[in-house]
Design a protein around this ligand. Sequence first.
Ligand SMILES: C[S@@+](CC[C@H](N)C(=O)[O-])C[C@H]1O[C@@H](n2cnc3c(N)ncnc32)[C@H](O)[C@@H]1O
Length: 349
Amino acid sequence: MSEQDVNEALATAAIRVALDQAGESVATARTLLPGARARAEVTDALLGAAIRSVPRWHFAMLNDLERNDAFAVALERVVPRGAHVLDIGSGTGLLAMMAVKAGAGAVTTCEVNPVLAAVAEQIIAAHGLSDRIAVVPKLSTDLVVGVDLPRRADVVVSEIVDCGLVGEGVLPTVRHAREHLLEPGGVLLPESAVLYGALLDSQAVDGLNRVQSAAGLDVRLLNALATRGHFPVRLPTWPHRLLSASTEIAGFDFATGALTDEEVVVDFEVTESGTAHGLAVWFELRLGGGIALRNAPDNLASHWMQAFVPFAEPVGHAAGARLRIVFSWTGGRLSARQLDFVRAAEGIS
Ligand SMILES: C[S@@+](CC[C@H](N)C(=O)[O-])C[C@H]1O[C@@H](n2cnc3c(N)ncnc32)[C@H](O)[C@@H]1O
């Protein structure tokens, strides 16, 4: 089968999947129409649709005590008394309620998922805070100052980062917020972040996203459907070796940085011989007030796992080599490719 035939077959199948999903969505929506709501099976369908819309990690995230404490303390330290705070991405309304506790006069919190916006509204009401916090069921980039929030905010707080920092859209979201929703000179929380990485030798981790043969049969065609970009792995749970020291890859200043898609070239010193399958990547998120969160491999308390950024092909390297990597973040996806490598012993750089 030629590559064109494979792509044709995948495209045809993908269209069928999309049509099936669209049909299912219409069928679910019909059962949820007001006239049909009384029936018991409809209640199940309704709850099912609501559950499916909420990513499962919300539970682990809310149970991450280190994360919650860090945001509470940072808000205490940076929110001026009586300030107007905009919280982007309400979830359950946690940060909005923390902002009130920290002294905010009024909080606007927006949430793109209408199910979560409804949950946040209920939780905020149950805490008697509805007069201080307005929930707007909208994407932050759709907010209109003077309509959805009374004026630009003195403080914009958000927690929209994934294991690889950029996967939930923090860069374009903060860029838009600082330009359109924040008072000039206002406070951004978090204030900055740094990505770190190390060369990773791990057949097990690589095997989460690459196949060769199974039971003696060649199944490599599936690799056309491998995850593109980074995905989460709890590194200490997999057999692995780091072939380099932790190396700074990129820094992001949320107040002044470009916060656009970019690529950088980073050199990694190979400290141990082995096969580099990709990069293990993690972040330091500096919230403000001297508070930072990290999802480095040794931090088992964090609900954020590490991000694995696979190389197109695993490559063997000897200790002493220097590996030049082109690392990019595009549309919320981290990618890495090996540019070339030089042996330090040969003195070439
Ligand atoms: C990681 S959760 C954090 C929830 C809550 N702030 C907390 O810390 O517990 C991020 C939430 O932001 C929402 N979200 C992401 N980007 C958004 C945006 N630009 N505008 C509004 N909501 C957004 C997601 O749907 C999700 O519920």
